[in-house]
Design a protein. Structure first.
Length: 112
């Protein structure tokens, strides 16, 4: 289960919540059956808490929202995509450490 600051994105709200967001958005594409995705969950929740108010952090269940998977070329999970102003800034495929995601968030927040 996602943490209190981790949002749920889906086909219905993705356009508004992610692409139309005024702040950067980190999106974790995952599935219930994916063990590396489950391992990444606590890291995503930590980032959501640490960057609350500055970055939106959320998850997309690829099994329930397959059109988003196709639209963003999700071929392997977990895949984490950082969006800013509706554009893909960075895409992380496979399990990564918290430091990698935090560095990308810090860079985009500092205007990099």
């Amino acid at each position: 289960m996602a943490g209190p600051n981790t949002l749920e994105f889906n086909d219905a709200n993705f356009e508004q919540e992610v692409l139309g967001a005024s702040q950067p958005v980190l999106v974790d594409f995952w599935a219930e059956w994916c063990m590396p995705c489950k391992a990444l969950g606590p890291t995503i929740d930590e980032l959501a808490t640490e960057y609350a108010g500055r970055v939106k952090v959320g998850k997309v269940n690829v099994d329930d929202n397959s059109s988003l998977s196709v639209k963003f070329g999700i071929n392997a999970i977990p895949t984490v995509i950082l969006f800013k102003d509706g554009q893909v800034v960075e895409k992380f495929v496979s399990l990564r450490g918290k430091r990698d995601y935090a560095a990308a968030l810090d860079a985009v927040l500092s205007g990099g």
